[in-house]
Structure formats: C-alpha cells, structure tokens
Design a protein around this ligand. Sequence first.
Ligand SMILES: Nc1ncnc2c1ncn2[C@@H]1O[C@H](COP(=O)(O)OP(=O)(O)OP(=O)(O)O)[C@@H](O)[C@H]1O
Ligand SMILES: [Mg+2]
Length: 349
Amino acid sequence: MLIRQFRGEEFINREKEIGFFLNYFKQNPKRVVWVYGPKSTGKTTLIEYIIENYLLEDKSYNVKYINFRRVLISSFDNFIESILEERDENEIQTELNRNYNIFGLFKLEAKTLRKIKENKKNLFNYLLEEFRKEKKKSIFIIDEIQSLQDIYINGNKKLLNEFLNFCVSLTKETHLSHVLILTSNTIFLSEIYSNAKMKVTSDFKLIDHLGYEEIKTWLISKKDLGFRGEDIELIYEYLGGSVAHIKKLLDFRKEYNSLQEQLEEMVEIAENEIDFFIQTNKLSKEDIDRFKFVSQKIMENGYFDNKKYKGYIDIVSKFTEVEILFYDAIKNITKANSRIYVKAFERIV
Ligand SMILES: Nc1ncnc2c1ncn2[C@@H]1O[C@H](COP(=O)(O)OP(=O)(O)OP(=O)(O)O)[C@@H](O)[C@H]1O
Ligand SMILES: [Mg+2]
C-alpha cells in the first residue's frame, strides 16, 4: 500500500481504483461512467489525483475537467459562462469579435456564442462537431452534475437531459470521448438509474471508504502519534474507513485527554445531527420507527436490504438527502454514510 503526497496532504492507497480508471481510458469509449459513493470517500480527490499525475502528462488525451460545485449555476447563460474561458491572443478584442475557449479545448467565436444564447444554434451540436475535429481521444470529466438540475434552456428544454444526451452521443454513439460523471447525491443517481436509457448507456463505479488494513497501515506509519494496536482498533470501531473523519480526529487529537473521550464526542455530534433532523422535519412517530428499523438492520448486518423490505424508500431518501444514510441504487441497499452514524444509531435505537 502506498501513501503519497498530494497537495500537501497524505493520499492513501487507491491503487486499485487508479488502475481501474487508467485501464478504462485505454479502451474505446462506449458508455458514460458514473462515479458515486458515500459522502467524502474521496471521489473528487481521486479523480483530480489521476488527472494531475497521469492524464495531463499523457499527451495522447485531451482532458477536460469541470467541477460544478466550484461555480454557481442558476441559468443556462450562467452555465455557458461557467464553461467558457476568454482567449488571450494579445489582439484587440471588442465585444463583437471576442473569441472564447469552451471547456478550455475549443474555440468559440462571439457571434456563435450569441446564436447559442439566442437559441438559434444548439450548444451541444456545436460541441459534438468540435469534439469530432479533435485528432486525439478526449476524456471529459464532470463533478457535481446534479447542479444542472432544474435549469432550463430558454425556458423549455431541461439542460440536464440535453447534457446527458450529449454525453451518450460522445460515448455510445460516436466513441469520441470518455465521459466520467461524479456525484455525491445518490438520490439523484437513483433517478438516473431508474431511467432505462441511461442505465444501458452507463457504467457505475463505487468509491467506498477505505478498509481496516489501509487505515491500520496509515496510522502505524504516523509514529509520532504513538498509536498502539488497541487504539487503532478503537478508531476503526468508531470511524471506520472514513479518511475525512480520521483526519479530523488527528487534527484535534491534542485537545482531548483520552481517545475514547474524543470519539464519544464525535458520536454525540452525529447523534445530535440525527435528532436535529428529526425535530426540524417534524417526523411522525411512524417515520421515526421506520428509521429505527432501518438503523437496526444496518447495525446488525452493515446494510439495509431495500429489495427485501419494501416501503422504506421514502424514509431512506429523506435521510440520504441529508447524508446520514447512503442509498446505493445500483445494489439496492442502504448503509450509514459513515461508521460514526452507526455508533449514533446504537444510542438512538
Ligand atoms: N485516499 C485518500 N487519502 C487521504 N485523504 C483523502 C483520500 N481521499 C480523500 N481524502 C480527503 O478526504 C476529504 C474528502 O475528499 P473528497 O472531497 O475528495 O471526497 P468526495 O467523495 O469527493 O466528497 P463529496 O461526497 O462531498 O463529493 C478531503 O479532505 C481529502 O483530502
Ligand atoms: Mg466530491
């Protein structure tokens, strides 16, 4: 197992996943790949690591990455602006002859941009033609795509549908580009998965929390912290393989006398979060009981089987929206978003 440095932070393992994606990109693009998983498992970090350390130096690909979490999208015009960059060509550009770079790859003239905005030209047809002109294969990566929900193109067509059709064209139909779509919203993903057309034109790749051996090797390597075997077991019992939670524990480790005390406080915060959600949403007694039943099953088996127990999807969805539960539409099971919530369930149920 490797522990590398990435952006001044330790980047643990993910060898298998890196291998999976690099191998995937060697094949001809045929389907859209959806990258999903519980909150903060490192989906964005992993993909950005692969882009910066492998894809950008490999001159056989054109790579374009856009993270919609980093831009605010409230309209179609806004969306277009988010994918445009102004070209710096040292030429005197006026509003009318200004050139842009779209996705940092393709040139877009001001007059074409105007036509697109006025709905006289279809943005995605234009982009498809531009992708077609490229000699190299492209890799197109989109993070937080659910931000495009509820945006309409000039008041009628749904931007998200048009965008997804475009992604299917790039992969299944024309094989011009790989398309990787990341999302942390699994309710959104389950809607995609229930759409027959998207299901057959997509692959789904789960990025889960790390496992015990990875956490153990990582924590042992941090010799200055002096963790003993039983400390590591205790941390894993409370925080599982959630790197984000363990990093938080390490950052504040010195503030607490004992490890147990710190971990118990983290559980209490998770418990309060659940309690706050129940109260602010005024969940009925019946809903609370159904949530407790789901929690009980997760405590017993590690997951709740949505195929076996029908009629729970609404309560699962509610808790998934606020990232307490994680609904895996592809496997049709529900888990806690991370181990700390299972410890909180033990107090609630
Ligand atoms: N393999 C790893 N090793 C060490 N730290 C990691 C690793 N993966 C992620 N992290 C850290 O965990 C945190 C969460 O990562 P990231 O934002 O990539 O997760 P995500 O799955 O994209 O989250 P979201 O569900 O919100 O989109 C970051 O601070 C990141 O540095
Ligand atoms: Mg992310």
